[in-house]
Unconditional design. Structure first.
Length: 141
């Protein structure tokens, strides 16, 4: 019955509107533990019994798993939430837009779009004249 259902849905459009990967300089091991728990729970059998690493959560594996290993046809890269950019000057929105450009260039198609964070209370934001992200000094594409 499951095989019949899968066959019936084989042509269905698949889009994930909230995708993430970790920055190259991250040390957030909690996400690795979450990925291991997903494997143990059986939600993604390919993760079961396989040691997970931070590399599994960074851009290259994100690209492979979402755009090469699955039926995923489109999506949106979501900016990372922790505003580390306040210290580094690197906007999560800019990082999402950079990921969009990199994925689409590798695939030769517009399959990834970018999501942005809008923060209430940023001067000029309601009128559209303020920055699109509290860490950006100018709008991102």
């Amino acid at each position: 019955m499951a095989a019949e259902r899968a066959k019936g849905l084989a042509g269905q459009f698949v889009m994930d509107t909230h995708t993430h990967f970790l920055r190259d300089d991250t040390r957030l091991e909690g996400f690795v533990r979450q990925r291991e728990a997903v494997g143990r729970a059986g939600w993604n059998p390919t993760l079961a019994g396989k040691p997970q690493t931070l590399e599994d959560l960074k851009f290259d594996n994100y690209f492979k798993e979402i755009f090469l290993d699955s039926r995923h046809q489109g999506g949106a890269a979501s900016p990372a939430r922790p505003p580390r950019c306040l210290r580094t000057g690197s906007s999560p929105t800019t990082m999402a837009m950079d990921a969009r450009a990199k994925v689409n260039a590798r695939l030769g198609a517009r399959r990834l779009h970018g999501a942005r964070h809008l923060h209430a209370g940023v001067p000029g934001l309601a009128r559209g004249s303020g920055p699109r992200h509290h860490c950006s000094s100018s709008p991102t594409p």
